[in-house]
Ligand binder design. Structure first.
Ligand SMILES: [Zn+2]
Length: 201
């Protein structure tokens, strides 16, 4: 016999498929939602639907945005000679939080890792190369992938791809703990890693 009714079980299964949500958390969230006033539950559903429908990827930097190109790519006061390459849209918010970085971004939506069958097509690396080929104002690409084996491999791969172009490729300094995610770094650590960046090519 099923432990929960089919509709509750379905809700638990869907919530449990979210990253970082285990079985127990999924059950807790499901019962929290069922205990909510109807209008609160409707607001949650509407927030998910609206965000999903109105958000697209910026055709330039591939960050999530409500307008294409995104506000950062459209901002003519930003330094268009530098592109900071990050793994996820969350990393853009992390760097924007510091208010120090004034250049543009490129969101990879993943890392290149042939050992784990993560191919180039799983990232926007090819689109980065195309973007740089058609934009002569860029003189430096700062690779700010996470300090993990895959993040480092991706940085080296990008520097190798760009070495014939004459564009400087640099990597965030090793001030960030190995294996750590950029999004969890505090502002000071992030800024010193950015300012102490190392040239790769
Ligand atoms: Zn953009």
């Amino acid at each position: 016999m099923a432990r929960y009714s089919p509709s509750i079980q379905k809700l638990i299964t869907e919530l449990g498929s979210l990253p970082g949500v285990g079985g127990k958390s999924a059950q807790r969230l499901a019962f929290h939602i069922l205990d909510m006033p109807q209008e609160k539950a409707d607001m949650l559903v509407s927030a998910i639907t609206t965000a999903r429908k109105s958000t697209c990827r910026c055709s330039v930097c591939h960050n999530f945005t409500d307008s294409d190109p995104c506000p950062i790519c459209s901002d003519q006061t930003r330094d268009r000679s530098t592109i900071l390459v990050v793994e996820s849209p969350r990393d853009v918010s992390t760097f924007e939080r510091t208010h120090e970085y004034k250049g543009l971004y490129h969101v990879l939506h993943g890392v290149f890792d042939p050992l784990k069958n993560k191919s180039l097509e799983d990232t926007t690396i090819t689109k980065l190369i195309q973007r740089l080929a058609s934009d002569s104002s860029v003189t430096e690409v700062i690779v700010a992938t996470n300090q993990t084996a895959e993040g480092n491999a991706t940085a080296l791969y990008i520097s190798r791809l760009l070495s014939p172009s004459g564009i400087k490729v640099s990597r965030l300094a090793q001030g960030l703990p190995m294996g750590s995610d950029i999004e969890f770094a505090d502002d000071l650590t992030l800024l010193s890693a950015l300012n102490g960046r190392v040239v790769l090519n």
